[in-house]
Write a protein that binds this ligand. Structure first.
Ligand SMILES: Cc1cc2nc3c(=O)[nH]c(=O)nc-3n(C[C@H](O)[C@H](O)[C@H](O)COP(=O)(O)OP(=O)(O)OC[C@H]3O[C@@H](n4cnc5c(N)ncnc54)[C@H](O)[C@@H]3O)c2cc1C
Length: 573
């Protein structure tokens, strides 16, 4: 059942209370309520995802993040590495969390990422081999029906994909001329990307076809899948929206803090209530929300003046890692780019009509046309000065997203464009989430500390040059005109300065409640995701990853939550 307001909740006592209805919280609510005797309450600060066209049409994802009611509308603190710039730091504030507002790119990272997760926590259950079944459990692979004349044989490896899960995964159904051009670069001996049939097989390096959380031409989010009609019809699952969890309430029993309650405030009526979880309270409020709730509860390193520290865990909110990115644009001779409809209102209305009628056409696609994953060479001079931050040889340092148009939609003259987004997926600059005020309605201080390490500056410069070498390949030169937002003749210093001025976040924060080995003094949660030294409280979301996964982070969170649900079910069976 869905409640619009906290005052309508029928009772205050539940077996499991989950805070945050993003990918993690929605998986837990779905799986824990599969057991009929479990009474489950899921709490979400944001509104419903229903009847929002932009949340259903994949191509409109970029309309969801700037100053909307479906986003927390955070900004970072001034970034030292970016000449003091403050950056938007969107996080979904709606049923489904950021999976209702994100760009739907479906990637898992490398097998080394998960083997490193297992090593850092001493729990082989987080290894790639153990996690692959959970990635597959999450997925419902959907077929596609591309325009035959434009299809240069989309590929994937069916043996690593699930077909019975909740989240739809598909490859773009609508082909563009540039697709085949991009893929054919892998046949050029000069290319630094070899062809990768399926970069979600644990070995992502190379260039291949993107996969997306899209089914039947429509966004598949945690709200449309795990909180779909089947789950919402269950008598033992209750979901309350428009409700902020302000703090967990615990009692000290010798060295252990026992947590059973959470304080809630309605964002509609201001009604305040405390609800009880007799089995477990689980925070799934994301990499900003979960550490903020812990800090407001007096669980962390230090408190704000006048506030009591209930339980010392200095790592709460620390170690924030996020992927930075920038976009290089070229003018292109191709004519079927986004600009065909973004710059033409009549054509756009036709395409909205087509999507409404048949869930097809270019609006049924997300943005990437191809994705490449690349490692810096082993003899790169940076490794003489800085340790390699990646989890192993299979892990990419850089991601290249090739897009058939001007994604940032920055003010450029009319025309057709190709974007190459360069993302650093193994940054070594780490920051924090801390409290600005004791008022839980005030935004926390978010500091990703972008580009504050030598490695990050170097790797980005390397990525910028590699993107230009890619554009110089013969097949690319056949379709590209001149660069549109950068100068290939810049010196390294000029290039670095442009990157500082133009980079943004890819919105993939992790590690602010990192997991560590049982008994370890560092970290926030044990390998089973229980908060260290606290009874009755787990954190299950992007914040618990002990490293930043070298990929877009939704699929990793879904898989993590699927395993966490099994751990919790087993403990209470
Ligand atoms: C704009 C954008 C684009 C992205 N693009 C991609 C992409 O293309 N592919 C990809 O794989 N990943 C992408 N991501 C990242 C991905 O969406 C996240 O990694 C993932 O959603 C994290 O899941 P989560 O459950 O940890 O947290 P979230 O999805 O952030 O969910 C947390 C939920 O908790 C709620 N909450 C927070 N605090 C409270 C509180 N105090 N009380 C009650 N509720 C609370 C929030 O409102 C939210 O609904 C993108 C993210 C954004 C923001």
């Amino acid at each position: 059942r869905l409640y619009q307001d906290l005052k309508d909740l029928p009772k205050a006592d539940w077996d499991f209370v989950i805070v945050g209805a993003g990918p993690a919280g929605s998986v837990l609510a779905h799986r824990l309520s599969e057991v009929k005797s479990n009474n489950v309450l899921l709490i979400e600060a944001g509104p419903s995802n229903e009847n929002i066209l932009e949340m259903s049409i994949p191509f409109f994802a970029s309309r969801l993040i700037a100053a909307t009611p479906w986003d927390w509308n955070y900004t970072t603190i001034p970034q030292e590495g970016l000449d003091g710039r403050e950056l938007p730091f969107p996080r979904g504030h709606v049923l489904g969390g950021s999976s209702s507002t994100n760009f739907m790119v479906h990637t898992r990272g490398s097998s080394d990422d998960y083997d490193e997760f297992a090593r850092l926590t001493g729990d082989p259950g987080w290894s790639w081999e153990s996690m692959l079944p959970y990635f597959m459990k999450n997925e419902r692979w959907s077929s596609f029906d591309p325009k035959p004349e434009l299809d240069c044989t989309r590929t994937h490896n069916p043996s690593v994909h699930g077909t019975k899960g909740k989240t739809s995964v598909s490859q773009s159904a609508y082909g563009s001329e540039v697709d085949c051009v991009l893929l054919s670069t892998t046949e050029d001996p000069e290319s630094e990307f070899s062809f990768n049939k399926d970069f979600n097989s644990g070995t992502p390096l190379g260039l291949g076809w993107p996969q997306a959380n899209v089914g039947n031409g429509t966004r598949s989010s945690a709200a449309t899948s795990y909180l779909g009609k089947d789950a919402m019809a269950r008598k033992n699952l209750h979901v309350v929206i428009n409700t902020l969890a302000t703090r967990v309430i615990g009692e000290k029993e010798r060295d252990t803090l026992s947590v059973k309650q959470v304080e809630l405030v309605s964002k509609v009526t201001g009604v305040k209530k405390t609800v009880k979880a007799s089995k477990e309270l689980i925070l799934s409020a994301g990499s900003v929300g979960s550490p903020a709730i812990l800090l407001h509860s007096g669980i962390g390193g230090k408190t704000l003046p006048g506030k009591k520290l209930l339980h010392k865990l200095p790592d709460v909110g620390q170690n924030l890692l996020d992927h930075p990115m920038f976009t290089f644009l070229w003018k292109t001779k191709l004519t079927d780019t986004f600009e065909d409809y973004v710059q033409n209102a009549t054509r756009m209305n036709e395409l909205i009509g087509l999507w409404n009628a048949t869930r097809s056409g270019p609006l049924a696609n997300t943005y990437p046309n191809a994705i490449g994953w690349h490692r810096l060479p082993v003899d790169d001079p940076i490794f003489a000065e800085e340790a390699d931050p990646s989890s192993g040889d299979k892990t990419a340092h850089l991601e290249f997203i090739f897009i058939n148009g001007n994604l940032p939609a920055s003010t450029l003259p009319d025309g057709n464009y190709l974007s190459i987004v360069v993302a650093l997926v193994t940054p070594s600059s780490a920051g924090s989430v801390t409290l600005a005020s004791a008022d839980p309605f005030k935004a926390p201080l978010i500091d990703p500390a972008f580009l504050t390490s030598k490695f990050d500056v170097h790797a980005f410069r390397y990525g910028a040059k590699l993107a230009q070498r890619f554009a110089n390949l013969t097949v690319m030169q056949n379709v590209l005109l001149e660069p549109a937002n950068f100068d290939p003749n810049w010196t390294d210093d000029e290039l670095d300065a442009w990157i500082r001025e133009n980079m943004i976040s890819v919105f993939h924060p992790m590690k602010t409640c990192r997991a560590s080995r049982k008994g370890s003094k560092i970290g926030v949660v044990d390998p089973d995701l229980k908060v260290k030294g606290v009874k009755g409280l787990r954190v299950v979301d992007a914040s618990v990853f002990p490293l930043l996964i070298s990929a877009h982070t939704t699929a990793p969170v879904y898989a993590l939550a699927e395993r966490a649900a099994d751990l919790i079910k087993k403990e209470w069976s």
